[in-house]
Design a protein around this ligand. Structure first.
Ligand SMILES: *Cc1c(COP(=O)(O)O)cnc(C)c1O
Length: 423
């Protein structure tokens, strides 16, 4: 009976064809064990978050915030203690005025590097938006512009770390190492926390006073542990990704050893004042509620990604990660073979959205890209990639990047719609 009501909704309201319906249901059935693995991780992380909220005695008064300078914002300060507990670190900076992930990374880098220092990227070129922050493209105001040099060591063919080259790249100027956990828009696999731990151990053996920073974007709460538990000195991320839980309207975080977090706070705010200022403007509640929801939201995003992988595997497409792989972030790649499929897929995602479902995504010549790019997102928070979104450059190998989903049902519906259009 209940099944009938539900299915008739799909057939009558969403015009889902029997064939699409069958493929998705089969995939779901096949993924039962995999979903249990994800549920176990999320359950643990939910307990971890609740315990951190309780230990820090989060109270009704913390839900409000300050204006002006933001002195004595106990809500904001409590949120930072909660984050520090979750990541098992000495300190945290969790702020509205970190404008996006790239900004949080920029603040962390500028706060912890000085003219004459060198930063090493031991696992290939970092995320595209960092090109300007680092100065790879000669951007004004970049690290290079401020006299900080950089080195990049590419991965081996088999995506393992090139330990020989990393060792050679480390010199007396090497102050900081940045490791990016997620694949971002690269085709490499995302690193597990364990792999990151091995790399950190190696680097510290070569030079013990190197500071290790991890770009944790997209990876939070996908595992039982975080990179700060395997030797990272600090981790950086965005609140319109995993930890904002779809509720935080903007913001970023830096968690780690007190010294490095403090340095970052001077770069973000101002020397002397650092963490003491920064009005939370009433957003403490969103940060706390988002964090409380985050394990469940990450669970939905992960299961949605795995379902997508399984469905497209069944349809004969290459996907990465595969449906049975261990997940280390929420990003799913689908190789769709031609432009037509890419456009159909992205349009189906758009038409399945809670916001702007009536508009059609189209490829366009986006500044900074050589090929037309198509982006599908109907999100409550602009550009939020913890909400379901998909994007792709229109070029070989016609790969779509899909991520997010505030609830599993939404991702399932979007994939039903996509398959419906593509078969
Ligand atoms: C999203 C992301 C960033 C940058 O975040 P923005 O909020 O888009 O500026 C950096 N690194 C990785 C790996 C990311 O996934």
């Amino acid at each position: 009976m209940n099944d009938r009501i539900k299915n008739e909704m799909l057939f009558n309201e969403f015009n889902i064809k029997e064939e699409a319906f069958k493929i998705i249901n089969e995939a779901e059935e096949e993924l039962k064990d995999k979903f249990k693995e994800i549920d176990d991780i999320s359950e643990y992380n939910q307990y971890k978050v609740i315990r951190a909220l309780q230990k820090n005695r989060v109270s009704e008064m913390h839900l409000n915030g300050t204006t002006g300078y933001g002195y004595n914002d106990t809500g904001r300060d409590t949120i930072e203690k909660v984050y520090a507990d979750i990541f098992k670190t000495e300190d945290a900076l969790v702020r509205l005025n970190m404008l996006c992930g790239t900004h949080a990374l920029k603040v962390a880098l500028f706060g912890n590097l000085k003219c004459g220092d060198e930063v090493l990227f031991p696992a290939g070129k970092p995320y595209d938006t960092l090109d300007s922050t680092i100065g790879i493209n000669g951007a004004k105001g970049s690290l290079v512009d401020y006299g900080i040099t950089y080195k990049i060591v590419p991965l081996n063919e088999d995506e393992s770390f090139n330990y020989d080259e990393i060792k050679k790249a480390i010199n007396e100027k090497t102050k900081l190492v940045e490791i990016q956990r997620s694949r971002g828009y690269d085709t490499r696999a995302t690193f597990s926390v364990e792999q990151i731990g091995e790399l950190i151990k190696f680097i510290k053996e070569v030079k013990s006073d190197i500071v290790v920073m991890v770009d944790n974007c997209y990876g939070e709460l996908t595992d039982y542990i975080e990179p700060t538990e395997v030797g990272a000195d600090f981790c950086v991320g965005s609140l319109i990704k995993n930890l904002g839980g779809g509720v935080a309207p903007c913001g970023g975080y830096i968690v780690g050893k007190k010294e490095y977090v403090e340095n970052a706070s001077y770069a973000l705010n101002t020397p002397g004042l650092g963490k003491e200022i920064g009005a939370s403007l009433g957003y403490n509640r969103s940060f706390l509620e988002g964090l409380f929801n985050a394990p469940g939201v990450v669970n939905a995003a992960l299961k949605g990604a795995i379902l997508t992988a399984r469905v497209f595997e069944k349809l004969g497409y290459k996907v990465s990660p595969s449906s049975d792989a261990k997940r280390n972030d929420i990003v799913q790649q689908i190789y769709l073979n031609n432009a037509d499929n890419v456009i159909k897929f992205c349009q189906a995602i758009q038409h399945s959205s809670p916001v702007d479902s009536h508009v059609s995504a189209e490829p366009w010549d986006m500044p900074g890209y050589d090929d037309p790019v198509i982006m599908a997102a109907g999100t409550f928070v602009q550009g939020s990639s913890i909400e379901l979104s998909a994007d792709a450059p229109i070029r070989e190998p016609y790969v779509v990047y899909m991520q997010g989903g505030l609830n599993y049902e939404h991702v399932k519906l979007a994939i039903l719609n996509a398959v419906n259009e593509m078969i």
